[in-house]
Design a binder for this molecule. Structure first.
Ligand code: MG
Ligand code: ZN
Length: 359
């Protein structure tokens, strides 16, 4: 008797889970319309611990907590532990490469980036960061260099990348150069509106923009990241064919390298505030896929004590460098379902290509 009941339960469960599975699959194929726009948001050095530290301290729930489609990426480069150059090159090109490489494969061959491919298809493109725009993460979308240290060469490549709007620090790589070339003058000749003032940068409503700001800690730069991300979206969204934008919360990584949990948390929450603004746009727009992830974890941070009710957290760092742990990937909008599961970081490129319908 008992046996029969158990069997019945098992078969019922099987039927239920089977039909749920079927329903899920048919829903996905029915709902998977192609996004017009993709916004890739990269928290440099943002792993699950950095997110959980921010979540604990934040007075309100994180915007990330609203998201349903979540996966994990395996972040290894040709080494077990990646740097930001190889990490961003994986997202940008689909190739796992050597640490320090920018937009080239492991043999040093230049490979096309999602930003360049989007440009070829007539989409608008943008890059926004809180560190030098020539630094490893943004550079991997516009440049092809064997080493991230080649900042002046990377800056020169911005001229031919076709990127419509870029905002970050690092003006010196465009102005004070060993080849003596004034890249700012060249940018202007190419039609870029160039400014070093955030009010002016965010007031441009159309055309090409090169915005240069000073790299500063959060206390001094305030809501710069969300302001510049939103003003960039407002320009890029005017393209009827769509746009690709990469937004980087660059300085979560700095807190990790310095083993400063306070910096990690404030930079993580600032990045999450920007995520909130971007999601507000995507929700209204309905045709934008937003992907939020990190390139790697920094600091080997773990949380040893805390209080989720009062917002207190204590952590320990195990390294001043990066680590090789899996990194969460969050997605929202058309095509977000394809970011569930565990996959390599370079397949994020393939998923974005498929979402755009690019070959
Ligand atoms: Mg970076
Ligand atoms: Zn780093």
């Amino acid at each position: 008797m008992i046996k029969k009941t158990t069997l019945l339960c098992v078969s019922l469960f099987t039927v239920v889970s089977y039909s749920f599975g079927q329903q899920k699959i048919s829903q996905i194929s029915r709902q998977y319309k192609k996004p017009k726009n993709i916004i890739l948001m990269v928290g440099d050095g943002m792993g699950a611990t950095q997110i959980y530290a921010g979540l604990t301290v934040s007075k309100k729930p994180l915007n990330l907590e609203k998201l349903q489609y979540i996966g994990f990426s395996k972040t290894n480069s040709t080494r077990f532990v990646t740097d930001s150059g190889a990490g961003a090159t994986a997202f940008a090109t689909g190739y796992k490469t050597n640490n320090g490489a920018i937009g080239v494969d492991s043999n040093g061959k230049a490979v096309p980036t999602i930003l360049e491919i989007a440009e070829k298809h007539g989409l608008s493109t943008g890059l926004v960061a809180t560190t030098d725009i020539t630094d490893a993460t943004p550079a991997s979308f516009t440049a092809h260099q064997p080493s991230r240290k080649l900042q002046q060469e990377i800056a020169a490549e911005f001229l031919n990348s076709g990127v419509d709007v870029f905002i970050g620090a690092g003006e010196q790589h465009f102005t004070t150069r060993k080849d003596g070339v004034d890249l700012i003058a060249k940018l202007k000749k190419k039609g870029y509106q160039v400014s070093t003032n955030i009010d002016e940068i965010t007031s441009f409503t159309t055309g090409k923009v090169a915005g240069f700001l000073t790299e500063r800690p959060l206390a001094e730069r305030g809501d710069q990241l969300s302001r510049t991300a939103l003003s960039t979206i407002n320009i890029l969204k005017q393209n009827k064919k769509g746009f690709f934008l990469m937004v980087e919360g660059s300085k979560i990584d700095d807190g990790g390298h310095d083993n400063q949990i306070g910096v990690v948390i404030e930079e993580m929450i600032d990045f999450d505030n920007t995520i909130g603004k971007v999601l507000e746009f995507a929700e209204k727009d309905g045709e934008t896929l937003v992907i939020i992830t990190g390139d790697h974890e920094t600091g080997g941070l773990t949380l040893t004590s805390g209080d989720i009710n009062t917002g207190r957290v204590e952590g320990k760092f195990t390294t001043k460098g990066h680590t090789g742990v899996m990194i969460p990937v969050f997605a929202y909008g058309p095509g977000a379902e394809t970011f569930m599961g565990i996959y390599h970081n370079n397949t994020i490129f393939n998923k974005m290509m498929a979402a755009f319908g690019f070959k």
